[in-house]
Design a protein around this ligand. Structure first.
Ligand code: PGA
Length: 256
């Protein structure tokens, strides 16, 4: 399934990963506010490290820039040292990244864990940004489509209310490598995700759900990537740490 995407408002999110102290994060949003604070054709989100979430949320209060967390744990509370629950994040953030490839591949999160996290986020009224994507070995083995369909189905099957869910197609080999997918490959991945979404949750949800592309998005390739019909925004790592770069990507989304 593919369509024009005209009804979907683009969403560009910055995943700061394990970068920025609290002061550095505040300086980054202070620099972003005049650049993209009123770029209202695009939903703009920053995802700072947990330690900075409260300070950044305070600083952005009253602005149109949303805040997301980079992770959560699915249990409600208890003896889970170092973890953060959905309830702890509710009220502080609107979004939460779930199943990022670094969580899956560095920290060993399975499809089952990712599913529990998506459901916990939705249950607390948070909007998950669910990340899916194949590794280079999976792509080389011709398994891209199978992997994407499995990750989408596993996380979402059975949901009755997706409440604005966002999905990010992030080929693992494109993340942090400077080697973005071609716009054709990126759009093809997003189209597979949308098709599986239609099969799992129905055409209406698939047509309404925003699917980002992520993996080495920069101001130089953003216009081309974001101009693709099934790409509804970007999840940006490295380039989100530089205010001018992130702003340029937001502006590319506004014009795409
Ligand atoms: P990158 O990271 O833009 O640095 O490739 C993207 C991501 O991991 O979300």
């Amino acid at each position: 399934m593919s369509d024009s995407g005209a009804q979907r408002r683009p969403i560009v999110a910055g995943n700061w990963k394990m970068n920025t102290t609290i002061d550095e994060g505040l300086a980054l949003v202070d620099a972003l506010l005049p650049l993209i604070g009123s770029e209202s054709a695009v939903d703009r989100v920053v995802c700072p490290p947990f330690i900075s979430v409260q300070a950044i949320s305070e600083r952005l209060k009253g602005s149109e820039i949303g805040v997301g967390a980079q992770n959560l744990y699915f249990e409600a509370k208890g003896a889970f040292t170092g973890e953060t629950s959905a309830a702890m994040l509710a009220g502080l953030v609107t979004y939460v990244i779930v199943g990022h490839s670094e969580r899956r591949h560095v920290f060993g999160e399975s499809d089952v864990v990712v599913k529990k996290k998506v459901w916990a986020a939705l249950g607390a009224g948070l909007t998950p940004i669910l990340c899916v994507g194949e590794t280079l070995a999976e792509r080389d083995a011709g398994e891209t489509e199978m992997v994407l369909r499995r990750q989408v189905r596993s996380a979402l099957e059975g949901l009755t209310d997706t409440a604005g869910l966002v999905i990010a197609y992030e080929p693992v080999w494109a993340i942090g490598t400077g080697r973005a997918a071609t716009s054709a490959d990126a759009n093809a991945g997003n189209a597979i995700v949308r098709d599986e979404l239609a099969q799992v949750l129905g055409q209406d949800v698939a047509a309404a759900t925003r699917i980002q592309y992520g993996g080495s998005v920069t101001p130089a390739n953003a216009v081309e990537l974001l101009g693709q019909p099934d790409i509804d925004g970007a999840l940006v790592g490295g380039a989100s740490l530089v205010a001018d770069s992130f702003a340029a990507i937001v502006k590319a989304a506004a014009t795409a």
